[in-house]
Design a protein around this ligand. Structure first.
Ligand code: ATP
Length: 619
């Protein structure tokens, strides 16, 4: 049975209309866009827009730091050119004080800028991560069918984390580096324009190298991020399915598969490191080329008496300062390219529009009576494989309608459509006369309860899990629901009662207890419409009886769609519909269908051979 109420998207192997995205060898690589970096900055600025004061403080501190950088070389020049030749002993303490004072100020401004940038950056990341999560929540089931949970998880965690680096260090650093670079270059031109021009001649070469490398670095970062997603997919699948792995004794096999994914990640990382390892020394060599020019040409000028020794020392110090932004830039380039790769993966999610959308003037459903009609419905998950064809079915208010049929017949699909997880391609579905396409999905789902065989309990206490059906319910309401679901007794037997923590996916509860808890959750919600995806696994007789009793209380007085696997439980249904390959082949009450002697009868005879034999013997 399809895990239909869970929405975890573990059914990732299926393709779907609209194509999926994400990491994986079978997926085409999305072309890296040149304008990604610009787009990314634009979006980042939108996020930091409201925090101008802090941004200005950070910028002010960074500019102050750039200006302070000028002071120490000037003090050096003064010491060499004036203080030493003039034997100015009294100037030495001042020079020492000046250098140390500048260093302290550099430290203070550095601290202020880092802290304020980090606070703005973290806030932006917080916003982006929440936007992304909210958007993910708004996407339809088809999206989760197409994409793997681990991949989506890595987008929300690791990719957003990458952007964090950009915001907290990269963004402002570029602004201040540009400022420092321009200020120092202008000053150097003023001091010695020939020497400066000679120096700047190496820069076009640096820009060219940077451009050449940046594209390759970004594409290799994207591979790294995709391999992280693959590792994350594998972790998600195998850790949540650890019982299956252990029961098949396939720990070794899984470890080997994991090692393969880790190796891909390692190789992708090594490739980026190699690229950087080539790029950074090239930039360093070009920097030294500039230094050689200053040394040789500066020494020549000094020998001719055009330049003082102090001036050339100061010039060399400024050269270092001029090269700092460039060296930074090579590092920031990594951050930018890494973030751009991550940003693309984030935007892929943000730009995905759900296929099932709500009209702007969607109707909010009034309290439901529960009259559901399928009119000539045709539906397929994938264009080429029809699942339901010319499907007509009516649920009268308060009726229990049971769907039976072989595996893959389309029973769960009917339930998916009632909840509007998908829209049918043909025909229409109405509820109390409203077409599902015209209504606000929330107003439908709020009045709908789902009890699925694949029970999902969330981390938290027993109370939290029951209350999921009605946030803010009182303790009395919760206990009443638990009593009706035959769950109160076992809950009370726990040392902490309703406050007992449930482990991940309810591992500390037995199968029957989990089912009763999920029934309590549905009873508390008190929906008008119930979808019951009946459990296939047989429980012991006592547990089974408790559950049947609980279900009996849940179903009474509501419109119910029961996806039935065991025919014993649906004999009292108002209407039994037999589905085969997406078509209704028989329908009627239990007695009518038994009388008819068709497919239902055959299924029934298969499930209860003794009963049939006994009846035949009686005759
Ligand atoms: N999310 C999906 N994407 C693509 N195909 C799907 C999806 N869910 C179900 N299908 C296909 O649609 C058909 C009907 O599936 P459905 O789950 O409705 O059958 P079912 O009658 O509930 O079967 P079972 O009793 O085994 O759960 C099957 O062929 C199945 O492979």
């Amino acid at each position: 049975m399809e895990r239909w109420a869970q929405g975890s998207g573990l059914a990732g192997g299926r393709g779907g209309p609209g194509g999926r995205f994400g990491a994986g060898a079978d997926k085409p690589e999305r072309k890296l866009k040149d304008h990604t970096v610009r787009e990314m900055y634009k979006r980042m600025f939108l996020h930091v827009k409201g925090r101008w004061v802090i941004m200005l403080l950070a910028l002010g501190c960074l500019i102050a730091n750039s200006l302070l950088e000028f002071v120490i070389p000037q003090l050096t020049r003064y010491t060499i050119d004036t203080a030493i030749p003039g034997h100015q002993y009294s100037a030495l303490p001042w020079i020492a004080g000046g250098v140390l004072g500048t260093a302290v100020l550099l430290g203070i401004f550095g601290y202020l800028s880092s802290v304020s940038l980090a606070s703005v950056g973290q806030r932006a990341i917080y916003d982006i991560r929440n936007d992304l999560y909210r958007h993910l929540q708004s996407l339809d089931m088809a999206f989760f069918d197409r994409n793997r949970t681990g991949d989506l998880m890595s987008r929300v965690t690791s990719d957003v984390g990458m952007l964090q680096q950009l915001v907290s260090s990269g963004m402002m650093q570029i602004a201040t580096d540009l400022f420092t670079f321009t200020a120092i270059a202008l000053y150097m031109l003023y001091v010695d324009w020939q020497l400066t021009l000679l120096l700047l001649a190496t820069f076009p070469l640096m820009i060219w190298t940077t451009r050449k490398f940046s594209k390759r670095i970004r594409s290799s970062f994207k591979t790294v991020q995709q391999s992280v997603a693959e590792v994350s997919n594998h972790l998600q699948d195998t850790l949540s399915g650890i019982r299956v792995i252990k029961s098949f004794a396939s720990e070794e096999y899984e470890s080997e598969r994991f090692a393969v994914r880790s190796e891909t990640n390692m190789n992708a990382n090594l490739k980026t490191v190699k690229l950087r390892a080539v790029y950074e020394p090239i930039i360093d060599i070009l920097n030294y080329l500039g230094m050689v020019a200053v040394l040789v040409f500066g020494a020549w000028q000094t020998m001719r008496g055009d330049l003082t020794v102090g001036a050339i020392v100061a010039f060399l110090a400024y050269l270092r300062l001029l090269q700092n932004p460039i060296r930074h830039f090579s590092r920031i380039l990594n951050t930018i390219q890494q973030s751009a790769a991550a940003y693309e993966r984030i935007v892929e999610v943000l730009e995905t529009k759900p296929d099932v959308t709500e009209k702007p003037d969607a109707v909010k459903l009034p309290p439901l009576r529960g009259h559901i009609v399928f009119e000539d419905v045709g539906f397929s998950y994938r264009d080429d494989v029809p699942v339901l064809r010319d499907f007509n079915l009516e649920f009268k208010p308060g009726q229990i309608v049971a769907l039976v049929g072989p595996s893959g017949a389309g029973k769960s699909t009917v339930a998916h459509l009632v909840a509007r997880f998908y829209d049918p391609q043909q025909g229409r579905i109405t509820i109390d006369g409203y077409s599902l396409k015209d209504i606000a999905a929330k107003s439908l789902r709020e009045q709908m309860g789902v009890v699925s065989q694949d029970i999902v309990l969330f981390n938290g206490t027993v109370r939290d899990n029951i209350m999921y059906g009605k946030p803010g319910a009182t303790d009395e309401e919760i206990a009443a629901a638990a009593k009706a679901a035959n769950a109160h007794e076992f809950i009370s037997a726990f040392p902490k009662g309703y406050d007992s923590e449930i482990g991940e996916r309810g591992v500390k509860l037995s199968g029957g207890q989990k089912q009763r808890l999920s029934i309590a959750r549905a009873i508390l919600k008190n929906p008008r419409l119930i979808v019951l995806d009946e459990a296939t696994a047989a429980l012991d007789t006592e547990s089974e009886q408790l559950i049947q009793e609980a279900l009996g209380r849940l179903l009474v007085g509501r419109t119910c769609l029961v996806i039935a696997h065991r025919l014993s439980t649906i004999q009292t249904a108002d209407l039994i519909v037999v589905l085969d390959q997406g078509k209704i082949t028989e329908s009627g009450t239990h007695a009518e269908l038994m009388e008819l002697g068709g497919k239902y009868r055959r299924l029934y005879d298969m499930q209860f051979p003794q009963e049939t034999n006994a009846t035949e013997a009686d005759q």
